[in-house]
Write a protein that binds this ligand. Structure first.
Ligand code: FES
Length: 103
């Protein structure tokens, strides 16, 4: 498990190596902005990596295509949380992450 800090909320997640960050947040009872429900097509889950870029797994083509289409550019610090897998500590910013009211 790897620690991922989500700002500005200050959420501390434990993320398994084969698990996308957004899925780990869902498991922990948090809502992450999305329209496509994690299908890597809406771009709304995009997050800014603040620390630990070296601990982010390489971007696959599906993520790259969505970032190009929705943001018009590729920047290694902008990643889709529904596809982002980590191998060590990461700190990122994603506004709109909040505790699910159903929890
Ligand atoms: S949730 Fe839609 S692109 Fe990630």
């Amino acid at each position: 498990m790897n620690p991922v800090t989500v700002l500005p909320l200050g959420l501390e997640l434990e993320v398994a190596e084969d698990q996308p960050v957004m899925a780990a947040a869902h498991e922990a009872g948090y809502i992450w902005p999305t329209e496509c429900q994690g299908e890597a097509s809406c771009g709304l889950c995009v997050s800014i990596i603040r620390e630990g870029t070296e601990n982010c797994e390489a971007m696959l083509e599906e993520e790259r295509e969505t970032l190009e289409r929705t943001m018009g550019m590729i920047d290694s610090s902008r990643r889709l949380a529904c596809r982002l897998k980590v191998t060590g500590p990461v700190t990122l910013t994603k506004r709109g992450v909040r505790l699910s009211e159903e929890v």
